[in-house]
Design a binder for this molecule. Structure first.
Ligand SMILES: NC(=O)c1ccc[n+]([C@@H]2O[C@H](COP(=O)([O-])OP(=O)(O)OC[C@H]3O[C@@H](n4cnc5c(N)ncnc54)[C@H](O)[C@@H]3O)[C@@H](O)[C@H]2O)c1
Length: 251
């Protein structure tokens, strides 16, 4: 494995599971110190332990990224622990499906709060440290930001917001040298897609098939590799970009 992140510090949210866990381990394999953040205490500890077994310095941290004080404290805890921050990966996210007419305002608000506001809060807290280190941000959007996801209006809206947020940061901070990019995964096998977010009854299967992989679905490592590329010097001239990792579904 190439080691593009020697002496670098990566903070990964959503690190207890799926893409966030795979991303934490990818950074660990490539030499980074990893600050693993999630709501799930036991599972995020397990990720940090796996990163340490690979030989990385790793720290687990429990945080609700939608909580402004907790998000700011999380970034500070990372800098206190490792002395710097080079890469912020916002991977934490939630998904639920509802018929649009049944979409509850509380559910809408929570999806926006975690997926979009959480990403904003983490970016806002991290940017001063990333400017100090010449670092960068990789956010996690979704193919649902690029094509309609039936029964997923709140989720799709939150992920489209992540793309707009990412582009704004990219433009605003290009001159001082901070990059911000996004990945748009689709049909990645994780707890989120294997039954975690149940569909309501009697959905139209052809609308669901529309969002499904035309190739075989892949594991979260395939997204982690793209995130690592964007965050590394290999991505030095990529800024404000979104990369689909969906096996060609939306091609
Ligand atoms: N799996 C896919 O096919 C797919 C497709 C498109 C986008 N995504 C996005 O990729 C990201 C990772 O998804 P995944 O498939 O690995 O799902 P996952 O459910 O396996 O992991 C999501 C993680 O985020 C954590 N989390 C949720 N709310 C949080 C909060 N408020 N604060 C901190 N952590 C929180 C969860 O505890 C969990 O560990 C999400 O943003 C998701 O929307 C996934």
């Amino acid at each position: 494995m190439i080691r593009r992140f020697e002496d670098k510090v990566a903070l990964v949210t959503g690190a207890a599971s799926g893409i966030g866990r795979a991303t934490s381990l990818r950074f660990a394999e490539e030499g980074a110190k990893v600050f693993c953040v999630d709501l799930q205490a036991e599972e995020v500890e397990r990720t940090a332990k796996s990163a340490a077994e690979i030989g990385a310095e790793a720290q687990a941290h429990v945080c609700d990224v939608a909580d402004p004080q907790a998000a700011a404290a999380c970034v500070q805890a990372c800098v206190d622990r490792f002395g710097r921050l080079d890469v912020l990966c916002n991977v934490a996210g939630i998904l639920r499906f509802d018929y649009f007419q049944d979409l509850d305002l509380d559910d809408w608000n929570r999806i926006l709060a975690v997926n979009l506001t959480g990403t904003f809060l983490m970016c806002r807290a991290a940017i001063p440290h990333l400017l100090d280190s010449g670092g960068n941000i990789v956010n996690t959007s979704s193919t649902s930001a690029l094509a309609g996801l039936a029964y997923g209006a709140a989720y799709g809206a939150s992920k489209a917001g992540v793309l707009a947020l990412t582009r704004s940061i990219a433009v605003e901070y290009a001159a001082p040298g901070l990059r911000a990019n996004a990945v748009c995964p689709g049909s990645i096998l994780t707890p989120m897609t294997s039954g975690g977010a149940g569909l309501p009854e009697k959905v139209d299967p052809k609308l669901i098939r529309r969002a499904m992989a035309i190739d075989k679905p892949r594991g979260p490592e395939t997204v982690a590799g793209v995130i690592a590329m964007l965050a590394s010097e290999d991505g030095a001239h990529i800024n404000g970009e979104e990369i689909r990792v969906d096996g060609g579904t939306l091609a």
